[in-house]
Ligand binder design. Structure first.
Ligand SMILES: [Zn+2]
Length: 366
């Protein structure tokens, strides 16, 4: 997780009262400084997209946000991906009121500022189980309205300059989201996609970047449905589902684990057995890789006392480190990993002579 702020931060001039306290005005190289917030530039549309109406979004002022501690970094460009999260904690409340949604925002902001030491809420937007949409980090709302500004948040380790994150209240590991949350998520993502001219293929889950459960297996499993729903809402063609890395958790038992174990051995972790059981030695190897490559551990748990320990999870930021670009015939451990997935039913065809790319590996491991 990158820190929420850095010192080459920019602050939009005149962005609103919430910016005034605790934030020094930054380096004025922001092209549109002084431009009225009430007169956003015309929407730049995703190719062929019709306008998506702005859903009702409750601003930081409306939910009683604290002023940020430090400068907010606003880039003069759009983010590249729209990322779906779940808050995990405090769980799946049955209070669907707007007041509850506002309280969630205050709790998350307090946790991110006091518990994690960030300058403000990590996410750009929060979506409640009651279907209420709220601004997260200050200036996110005006930046999306502008269509060409990106408030750098803190919600996807290593990628915060490129992503805009939506925290969905609740935990969706084995239960589905409420319909109201789903509907408001579609509305919000459609609006962001049109404002930023992003194709629906840029709608991703937190898990597509970091080794985390977030946004929960059930919600993650609906991302293609979300892409389709947004495509329908804004009138663009549907896209095929992207190839993605699987998420493996300690104690898992399957062919993907066995393939990973062969790949870890290819990487020099010779104490890892190829049992197909995600055991302690496998977890140690993954943790070692995390440390060696300074990969930030990140869980989206929005509470002080997280019950979620994602140490040793093997996901999107680990696979690229252990899937070498070699031909299977050039390394016996790599060949064994490929063979493991073949025997598990992978139909992905390889030439056999060419070096494997990340798409090959994703399809083999699917
Ligand atoms: Zn997340």
């Amino acid at each position: 997780m990158s820190s929420g702020f850095n010192r080459r931060a920019l602050i939009r001039g005149g962005i609103g009262a919430t910016a005034a306290a605790g934030v020094g005005l930054g380096i004025p190289h922001l092209a549109s400084a002084g431009q009225s917030d009430k007169a956003p530039t015309p929407a730049r549309k995703a190719a062929g997209a019709k306008a998506a109406p702005e859903p009702r979004i409750h601003s930081t002022a409306e939910w009683g946000a604290r002023p940020p501690n430090g400068q907010i970094d606003i880039l003069d460009r759009t983010p590249l991906q729209i990322v779906v999260h779940h808050t995990a904690e405090p769980g799946n409340s049955e209070d669907y009121s707007l007041e509850h949604a506002k309280k969630i925002c205050r709790d998350i902001q307090n946790f991110h500022m006091d518990g994690r030491g960030w300058g403000d809420s990590g996410q750009q937007f929060t979506n409640s189980r009651g279907g209420h949409i709220l601004e997260g980090r200050h200036h996110s709302l005006d930046s999306v309205r502008a269509g060409n500004k990106h408030v750098v948040g803190a919600n996807v380790g290593g990628h915060n300059s490129d992503v805009i994150g939506i925290e969905n209240e609740g935990i969706y590991v084995d239960v589905d989201v409420p319909q109201a949350l789903w509907d408001s998520l579609v509305d919000l993502v459609a609006w962001i996609a049109v404002r930023y001219s992003r194709p629906v293929s840029d709608i991703m889950g937190h898990r597509d970047f970091n080794s985390t459960e977030c946004p929960g297996t059930v919600l993650y499993g609906r991302l293609q449905e979300l892409r389709d729903a947004v495509a329908g809402a804004i009138g663009v063609a549907r896209v095929t589902a992207p190839d993605v890395w699987p998420l493996l958790r300690p104690d898992a038992v399957n062919a993907q684990v066995r393939a990973a174990q062969h790949l870890l051995r290819a990487k020099g972790f010779n104490d890892v057995g190829t049992t197909g059981v995600f055991d302690a030695a496998t977890k140690r190897a993954v943790v070692r890789l995390t440390e060696t490559h300074s990969i930030e551990q990140h869980t989206c748990s929005a509470a002080y006392h997280s019950t979620t320990d994602e140490t040793g999870y093997l996901g999107s930021d680990i696979w690229p480190l252990i899937t070498p670009k070699v031909a299977p015939g050039d390394n016996k451990d790599v060949a064994a990993a490929v063979d493991t997935m073949r025997r598990a039913g992978s139909k992905h065809t390889l030439s056999g002579r060419e070096a494997l790319g990340s798409t090959d590996w994703k399809r083999l491991l699917a």
